[in-house]
Design a protein around this ligand. Structure first.
Ligand SMILES: [Zn+2]
Length: 460
């Protein structure tokens, strides 16, 4: 077992908090340093994927939420005058200061660790919708849409965990499905990681991956999903001795059985593993490139900038694969720039922290860069305090090319319709998000026009 202590996030928070960086861009907010403390967190990684009471913390998302553990309330002082209400902002504006012709708005930063200062971010507060509750919304269900940000391993529902464990003779540390589901109300990051990796270890064979993908694709019609570009993480499976062929052939075999859903696979590199490992993974995937449309970058973001993977992304582009990357979820806006400039990505996954950088927002708007946003995930992992303060409405107001998706729906409280319904959007906003999802997909021009016509014809 290898222990790592690589998530000291002090330097990041020593630079500037979101309050300080002037977000939202159109207000003239002045900069000031954040007073968040440094922190560190020990993360274990056995790399075997074996089920143990502590789970297999291979740390795909380990550092992803670790910085959240360092987040404390940030309250710029020396403000005066009036309160500026704004229901769409993830940080509560607390004061407006008039200084000549410029109006400065100061914000109270309510970023908090999961389940600590702001229970709504991790455990649900009284004013937050229950992300586990089924969302029945005919409006968003029948809206045609493309799912562009979904990790197939994150669709592993509790029932299937038990089914595959029985099939593969894997012992689970849960009494029953209810016991497992109860643990999805994550008290902290480690409880999420333990369950996430423990569950992934039941995926062993081609048939397992087939059944996992088939279960998701079976849901697509009820979700209004016409087209899906599905992430998978081969490194997490290769580490358990599962061959690349079992993963890809299982997933692509299921895709072939659901012609009513157009689906493609995107191979993601785990950014907390080495660049060499990513390059080796791409080499092992080369016999299967007919089944793969692109490459992505996911897992722990902080400390693993996109530039670390410049070489493997260049190689992937040469192979004709479409590049996308997670950036600006927990990482700084600079990571979004790197993803665009160094990796040449066609889409940015999440990208919500880009809103802290007015110049970057202007560029994203000018270049129509697609941003695949996952609201329930952002709430569950503490990236935003609660759904009422999610930045998506502000991103739409900025004219950004955003679309809404589900990330790891079995863990974060719902599939794409639940994510859309949680935001309580207008009909026009829903139509725009659906159109953006098709505009941002890797479908043919002909298919895109057909899907967009469906969106235009949609009536709630
Ligand atoms: Zn993701």
């Amino acid at each position: 077992m290898t222990d790592r202590s690589d998530s000291n996030c002090g330097p990041r928070y020593g630079q500037a908090c979101r309050v300080a960086t002037g977000w939202p861009s159109r207000s003239g907010v002045s900069s000031r340093p954040c007073r968040r403390p440094n922190s560190s967190r020990r993360l274990g990684c056995c790399g075997t994927g074996r089920l143990r009471p502590g789970g297999c913390p291979a740390a795909r998302r380990a550092v992803r939420a670790a910085p959240s553990s360092a987040r404390t309330a940030c309250r710029p002082s020396s403000c005066a005058t009036t309160t500026a209400p704004s229901p769409t902002l993830p940080f509560r504006p607390i004061q407006v200061v008039h200084a000549g012709p410029v109006r400065f708005v100061r914000f109270r930063c309510r970023i908090a660790p999961i389940g600590r200062a702001f229970p709504a971010a991790g455990r649900r507060g009284a004013d937050a919708p229950d992300p586990q509750a089924p969302v029945a919304s005919p409006t968003v269900t029948v809206l045609p849409k493309a799912e562009l940000h979904l990790h197939i391993e994150g669709t592993l529902e509790p029932e299937m965990v038990f089914e595959l464990a029985r099939r593969n003779d894997v012992a689970l540390p849960y009494r029953d499905i209810d016991d497992l589901r109860a643990r999805y109300r994550f008290a902290d990051l480690q409880s999420f990681l333990d369950i996430y990796y423990a569950n992934m270890a039941v995926l062993r064979t081609t048939r397992d991956f087939h059944d996992l993908a088939a279960a998701y694709l079976r849901r697509c019609p009820e979700q209004g999903v016409r087209h899906a570009e599905i992430f998978f993480d081969p490194q997490a499976h290769l580490a358990r001795g599962v061959p690349m062929s079992a993963v890809v052939e299982g997933l692509s075999g299921a895709i072939g059985e659901f012609p009513e859903v157009s689906a493609k696979l995107i191979l993601c590199f785990l950014r907390d593993q080495s660049a060499d490992s990513a390059e080796e993974t791409l080499r092992r995937a080369e016999p299967h490139l007919d089944d793969i449309v692109g490459v992505g970058l996911d897992s722990a973001e902080i400390g693993h900038p996109p530039s670390k993977f410049a070489t493997v992304f260049a190689a992937a582009r040469k192979l004709g694969l479409e590049p996308v990357a997670h950036a600006g979820e927990e990482g700084p806006p600079a990571y979004v720039r790197e993803a665009l400039d160094v990796l040449g990505v066609r889409r940015v996954d999440h990208g919500i922290r880009a809103m802290e950088d007015p110049d970057l927002v202007a560029r994203l708007r000018r270049e129509r860069v697609p941003l695949t946003v996952c609201p329930l995930s952002n709430v569950r992992l503490g990236c935003v305090p609660d759904i009422a303060h999610h930045p998506l409405p502000a991103m739409l107001a900025e004219g950004l090319n955003v679309s809404v998706h589900s990330d790891d729906p079995a863990y974060f409280g719902g599939y794409v319709t639940a994510n859309l319904a949680a935001l309580r959007l207008s009909e026009d906003q829903l139509r725009l998000l659906a159109a953006n999802s098709f505009e941002s997909s890797f479908v043919t021009a002909q298919a895109r026009e057909r899907y967009l016509a469906e969106v235009r014809a949609w009536r709630p």
